[in-house]
Design a protein around this ligand. Structure first.
Ligand SMILES: *[C@@H]1O[C@H](CO)[C@@H](O)[C@H](O)[C@H]1NC(C)=O
Ligand SMILES: *[C@@H]1O[C@H](CO)[C@@H](O)[C@H](O)[C@H]1NC(C)=O
Ligand SMILES: *[C@@H]1O[C@H](CO)[C@@H](O)[C@H](O)[C@H]1NC(C)=O
Ligand SMILES: *[C@@H]1O[C@H](CO)[C@@H](O)[C@H](O)[C@H]1NC(C)=O
Ligand SMILES: *[C@@H]1O[C@H](CO)[C@@H](O)[C@H](O)[C@H]1NC(C)=O
Ligand SMILES: *[C@@H]1O[C@H](CO)[C@@H](O)[C@H](O)[C@H]1NC(C)=O
Length: 460
């Protein structure tokens, strides 16, 4: 009767469904007993192999080529992020792992609102917006101050997600504004009893602060400073696997607005979210659904008592594919790739290195190689965000990042059977005029985005 869906599993399902239906190049897949090969060593959170951004946040060490393929994860930093500009946000087709250049990575179209907050937007033919912290958290207090979106099929989320799919959630379905859904997962294993509704006053009209207090032994969800639910690790023992099914690995903070109510999604996901999205809804403004995020605070806890894998203080990595708490290490590892063709195994690879600067933050992929470089983005040339919401006045990361719509519409349809010649992230960088060439706003850069792209094509 009751079903809950982790953001991750809903997205993954969404993504693979879409892949099955769309005309897409065959991207190598990865999963249990099926790790990525050496040429595309990094297994993305969507279960596909690639290089570049595939090896950054979300790269799953369990199914990647080896334990060095995924780049080590920038360590937790205490912070009070006032989300009032996009200066601290880099698109996922720009970010190469240097967390000192941006605290947030985005896919989709975040929009500055009133100079004091950021809107996560979701326009027709898009799959919404996702903000991901570049620094990971391995236990801590994490809060987000926000208002949600509303309407059938529209989901707002504030979650912690690890690279091995541990997850701690606040999720808001747009047909129930009086509840926040709290949930948690261990390594993506679905357990329908983990979800619990927390009562809250109207999440659209009232700004609330949602906080996750994540300790090695207990997990508490707070709303406006009031503890609403606690889960102890010792209550999560799974006798089948002889493990605590408790979130225990370094995680990124993620804020998102996404359309669970798309026909392409599983019926369970659609039902959970209250039905199909109405793209002519009165809840939309300026042509999009929106959730408003004002502030995110992170207070890092020390590594747990008895932690023996302390080799430095810059980054997290794993020393085994088990992905459990005792396999987490801290080190002084490099976290930066030289280009979108680099990997954790070969972080300095840069097609332009001989003739050009090596500045990681500025480089982007060249046109000559074939592997996928930004997860959730398929086909040739559609590397990331194409959505430039010119009406929003927040062009900070649209024009600047190069709209890639021509690449998107041109190459995905023509397909390239496993990526022949035309993957061209660098190429399309120049085409900043592209956003005007495409009817409707398209967003790419995540599984969500990919769905949006396909939907966009159908609409067109
Ligand atoms: C991190 O650094 C340690 C120590 O040098 C090394 O053993 C490990 O392979 C590195 N891991 C990653 C993912 O960089
Ligand atoms: C939480 O509320 C939603 C409706 O908003 C409902 O579908 C779901 O079953 C509830 N979950 C639990 C565990 O009661
Ligand atoms: C479970 O863990 C909690 C929090 O650490 C602790 O207070 C409680 O005593 C533990 N219960 C059992 C049965 O060990
Ligand atoms: C225990 O873990 C197994 C394997 O992951 C899973 O199928 C099962 O649902 C879990 N049992 C409980 C009670 O959570
Ligand atoms: C990992 O979790 C186990 C319980 O599953 C605990 O006994 C151990 O202390 C933890 N180790 C670390 C390093 O957190
Ligand atoms: C390589 O340099 C060319 C010419 O400057 C540029 O168009 C392309 O985007 C660059 N590629 C990378 C990977 O930086």
């Amino acid at each position: 009767m009751k079903h809950t869906y982790s953001l991750a599993s809903a997205l993954a399902a969404t993504f693979s469904l879409t892949l099955a239906q769309g005309s897409t190049p065959s991207i190598p897949t990865c999963g249990p007993n099926q790790p990525c090969g050496s040429s595309t060593p990094c297994c993305s959170q969507y279960g596909q192999c690639g290089v570049g951004a595939y090896c950054l946040g979300g790269c799953d060490p369990r199914y990647s080529f080896d334990l060095d393929s995924c780049v080590a994860a920038p360590m937790c930093q205490n912070a009070d992020y006032k989300l009032n500009s996009l200066d601290d946000v880099q698109q996922n087709n720009i970010y190469l792992g240097d967390a000192s250049t941006a605290n947030w990575v985005s896919s989709g179209t975040p929009v500055v609102y009133n100079g004091d907050s950021i809107l996560l937007t979701m326009a027709p033919s898009t799959v919404g917006t996702l903000l991901m912290s570049t620094h990971y958290v391995w236990y801590g207090q994490i809060s987000a101050t926000l208002t949600t979106s509303q309407g059938a099929g529209v989901v707002t989320a504030f979650i912690l997600m690890s690279d091995v799919h541990d997850e701690i959630d606040f999720e808001f379905v747009g047909v129930d504004l009086e509840h926040a859904q709290s949930n948690y997962y261990f390594q993506g294993i679905t357990d329908y009893d983990n979800e619990q509704n927390l009562t809250v006053s109207n999440t659209v009209s009232n700004t609330h602060t949602y906080m996750i207090d994540w300790q090695p032994d207990s997990l508490t969800w707070y709303i406006d400073g009031v503890a609403m639910r606690t889960k102890n690790r010792n209550e999560t023992w799974n006798a089948t696997t002889s493990q605590y099914h408790y979130p225990q690995s370094p995680s990124r903070v993620q804020l998102s607005l996404w359309p669970a109510g798309l026909e392409k999604n599983g019926q369970g996901t659609i039902d959970w979210s209250g039905g199909l999205v109405d793209w002519n809804s009165a809840y939309m403004q300026n042509g999009y659904y929106y959730a408003n995020v004002q502030e995110v605070k992170v207070e890092c806890y020390n590594p747990p008592q008895g932690f023996a894998n302390n080799h430095g203080n810059k980054a997290y990595y794993y020393d085994s594919t088990f992905g459990t708490n005792d396999t987490v290490c801290t080190g002084n590892n490099n976290t930066v790739l030289a280009s979108f063709f680099a990997t954790g195994d070969d972080p300095k690879t840069d097609p332009n290195a001989s003739s050009n600067t090596k500045t990681a933050g500025a480089s982007s992929a060249s046109a000559s190689a074939t592997p996928q470089t930004v997860p959730g983005v398929s086909g040739g040339g559609n590397a990331g965000n194409a959505g430039s919401d010119t009406s929003s006045g927040s062009a900070g990361n649209s024009g600047a990042n190069g709209g890639n719509n021509p690449g998107v519409s041109g190459s995905s349809g023509t397909s390239q059977g496993g990526g022949s010649t035309q993957f061209s992230q660098g190429d399309s960088q120049g085409s900043t005029s592209s956003s005007t060439a495409a009817p409707g706003k398209k967003v790419a850069g995540s599984a969500l985005a990919f769905v949006g792209f396909v939907v966009g094509c159908l609409v067109i």
